[in-house]
Write a protein that binds this ligand. Structure first.
Ligand SMILES: [Mg+2]
Length: 426
């Protein structure tokens, strides 16, 4: 069997770090990123963690004097910025391996099998340095013979200053010592319930878990748990997922910043979400034929409640946005009831297939052969080049009073000409 080597590269405090890249004043400041509608803290810089704030803290619960005293900076989540920075990181990483699995917005597994003749710690440092050079983002690199061990190595690299952000677990003289340091709850794939169960049975760290007989693990944690334990022992059982699986459904929905009561506003919002969802569909070279629209009031509020959804099937699978806006607006008119305060509306595209697989129709050309595709491609080109929403649908409205509350939003530094940072040499 050939040797397996994997690196896990993970951006440190990704959202907060993205904000710091473009605002040098924030370098050593405590930074927190807020959820949709500026509700709770979803990401923190190390400086903010040190002040005892944790993920999930409601922003309004942090004392104003405390914020002022420690000069805490809070921002709305700027997903345009984070998405683009993520793409830049992944692009850089792809030059270090032929096989890359993008695991999340800020994490990727890199296959380094066949690279073992190199000093992999050195190679990891090179990866770290290059990402920093290209993007200004700090990353940690963990290297191991399995994905699970690479995850553990990454955690070690992050938590121990002497590792300077890069750690190869195979190079450590005492691997068991590292595993003893990892609590079971911190092992990749061990959920809270399993962690509790393991602790009840006296298994508190990763090393102890590797010592448990296979049949016990399989009985208590299924075959998936057994796979995980084998990975901890250094036997690779979880392959890299290199092909991006096209999505079976695409959903676009958001909570409103303020409750929406008017049908017209709901129609605008749904048109906007349609354009986002269908653009995504096109970027995967797909068409869809089922449109589902849902809306709901805020169930946490003590006021009249209503939620509903309905669907419409298009005559032929399409990726032409106006087809979907038209269908979605028909649905929303049908399910809208006046007199409610709506919190959320959304659209879901389903029955998705590749554009080349669209069934032929006697009466109209398929999307792939139609002028509709030419129009959409043209629109996507312009928006990709000139910034998103340069060309947009009138039905999505202009003032957009229904938009999310994002009062502390930073500019889209990397994706909008208007927001490009200005550098002054004095
Ligand atoms: Mg991270």
């Amino acid at each position: 069997m050939s040797k397996n080597t994997v690196a896990l590269v993970d951006c440190n405090n990704f959202y907060a770090s993205c904000e710091k890249v473009f605002n040098p004043h924030l370098a050593d400041k405590p930074v927190g990123i807020l959820s949709n509608n500026d509700g709770i803290i979803v990401a923190l810089s190390n400086e903010l963690k040190k002040l005892g704030i944790s993920r999930g803290t409601a922003a309004f619960k942090i004392n104003k004097h405390f914020i002022k005293k420690h000069d805490i900076k809070l921002f709305s989540s700027n997903y345009t910025l984070y998405g683009d920075m993520s793409a830049r990181v992944m692009n850089t990483l792809s030059s270090f391996t032929p096989d890359l699995e993008i695991y999340s917005i800020d994490e990727a597994f890199l296959s380094l099998s066949g690279f073992e003749h190199l000093d992999l710690t050195d190679y990891g440092r090179q990866i770290k340095k290059t990402v920093w050079l290209h993007t200004g983002l700090p990353v940690s690199v963990g290297i191991g013979p399995t994905k699970t061990l690479a995850k553990i190595a990454n955690r070690f690299a992050k938590k121990h200053n002497f590792a300077e952000g890069v750690f190869d677990i195979t190079k450590h003289p005492d691997k068991d010592k590292i595993l003893r340091w990892i609590e079971v709850g911190h092992i990749w794939g061990v959920g809270r319930q399993y962690a509790k169960m393991l602790c009840r049975n006296g298994i508190t760290n990763a090393y102890e878990l590797t010592q448990v007989p296979d049949n016990w693990v399989q009985k208590k944690m299924t075959i998936i748990g057994l796979r995980l334990v084998k990975e901890l022992r250094g036997i690779s059982c979880i392959d890299l997922e290199i092909d991006i699986k096209p999505k079976k459904e695409i959903v676009s929905s958001k909570s409103f910043g303020n409750p929406v009561t008017e049908l017209q506003d709901l129609m605008e919002a749904i048109s906007d979400y349609c354009s986002v969802a269908v653009k995504k569909l096109r970027s995967q070279n797909q068409v869809a034929s089922l449109v589902i629209v849902f809306l709901s009031t805020n169930r946490f509020k003590n006021e009249p409640q209503y939620a509903n959804y309905a669907k419409v099937r298009l005559p032929l699978p399409s990726a032409y946005t106006p087809d979907f806006i038209h269908a979605a607006n028909r649905i929303i008119k049908k399910i809208y009831r006046p007199g409610y305060k709506y919190k959320k509306v959304g659209v879901m595209l389903a029955d998705i297939m590749h554009q080349s697989k669209t069934p032929l129709d006697f009466f109209q050309p398929t999307y792939l052969d139609d002028y509709r595709k030419v129009i959409m491609d043209c629109m996507d080109d312009i928006n990709n080049k000139m910034g998103s929403h340069k060309i947009t649908y009138a039905s999505a409205g202009i003032k957009k009073p229904w938009q999310m509350k994002r009062e502390k939003l930073t500019p889209s530094y990397t994706t909008s000409w208007k927001h490009i940072p200005v550098v002054k040499a004095i």
